[in-house]
Design a binder for this molecule. Sequence first.
Ligand code: CMX
Length: 458
Amino acid sequence: VIDLKTILKEQIPIRKNEIQKIKKNYGNKKIDEITINSLLGGMRGNRSMFWRSTSLDPNLGIKFHGLTIEDCQKNLPKLPNTYGQDEKIFLPETMLWLLITGEVPTVEQAMILKVELAKRGRKLPDYVDKVMSTLPKDLHPMTQFAIGIATLNKDSQFRENYEKGSIGKADYWESTYEDTLNLIALLPQLAGKVYSNSYNNGQPLGQFNENEDWSYNICSLLGMTNTSDSMNIQNFDDKKSQDFVNLMRLYTGIHVDHEGGNVSAHATHLVGSALSDAYLSYSSGIMGLAGPLHGLAAQEVVRFLIAMNSNISSPNDKKSIKDYLWSLLNSHKVIPGYGHAVLRQTDPRWTAMVDFAKRHPEEFENDKNVMLMQNLVNIAPGVLKEHGKTANPYPNVDAASGILFYHYGVRELLFFTVIFGCSRALGPLSQLVWDRGLGLPIERPKSLDLKSLKEYCD
Ligand code: CMX
């Protein structure tokens, strides 16, 4: 079978049956315990959510249906006739197939999905364009993005069918799938619209090319390719243009999901559990991604690297770097880009981004910020260990991602999170299709008021 929807149609009843059996036979089996610390500590580590596709291993990092990032780089197919294709970098389209089906697509399957997304993404509906054009240019890019996504719910097939009463519960997944694909397909257009609204007086910087892939179109709509689709605002030559598109593919391919409990994924899942459609659900995810403790971290790292570089004589001056880090820690500040709530090793997403820089030495050899980013990994973990508080002294993905985009000219730091938001759609929305397919219920944990909490304190 080569069609994603047909595969889903086959898989859903099988998996639904499996889940029903698990519920029937093991429904009362205990998985975890809730302590007062977890209740008051953001439910950290509580095993209380079902998330089908990804799981975070504290040492190996994120796994996509069991595959590490390295596995995905090896196994996800590279597609023929893809603009500037880097043999090591997979397209997010292939990852979307893996997320939804649990299987690595064939080249043919991935090609069909790529073409289908490009078809669905060719034009932003006029009413969305109009709504977004009226937004203040200085409205936060993530607010604009969330508004654009939520506005698309006018076209939600799920919402329309549900209102008409024309579908039963067993069919909910099908229109959710249509909404999901339509939404993911339109994200390059929405991101381009936000970028031109915020930074180019609303004037388009590029156009959508139906023959190209999803990440290429994000770049062309930002005006950042040297092809005829784009204004080429950075004056890229062929190589730089292709490298930037590959960086975008890499970034948007590995940020798709980080299991279910992170704020953007959880918010999408929670709102979706009320049978809100894919657009409303994911706009909530975007609102969460806009928080400084979640999606905004990459910009903090960029500010930190620039500030450090202006305070030290050279990015190779180990002693000054060490002193700078200690001055941060001594004034009770964190070292941005280091540490993680779950991971206990270097984030493999960081490794993938740094590997990109290492494979393009001529591009980055004079970039002081990238140099500093690469040198820090030999210094910061030692400092953090000596400091003695941080559970994980190693770099997370944000330590590398923002500074690479910055290098290519994305200097509008607030916009980084919009690119993150394009990528993060793929995981939580694949889950939403399965939430409907499996008929998962509305989420409704029990909360305790202070009086009830105190009753546990005797
Ligand atoms: N620099 C200095 N101190 C740090 C630190 C860092 N990079 N990371 C953790 N610590 C401190 C914590 O602030 C905490 O101190 P207190 O006990 O005084 O509150 C202590 O070490 C223990 O924290 P932890 O259990 O190691 O980490 P948490 O799970 O509480 O927090 C995180 C995780 C990411 C918020 C934290 O490591 C941090 O603030 N890092 C820097 C910011 C950053 O890089 N954020 C991006 C996160 C990327 C992602 O989530 O995907």
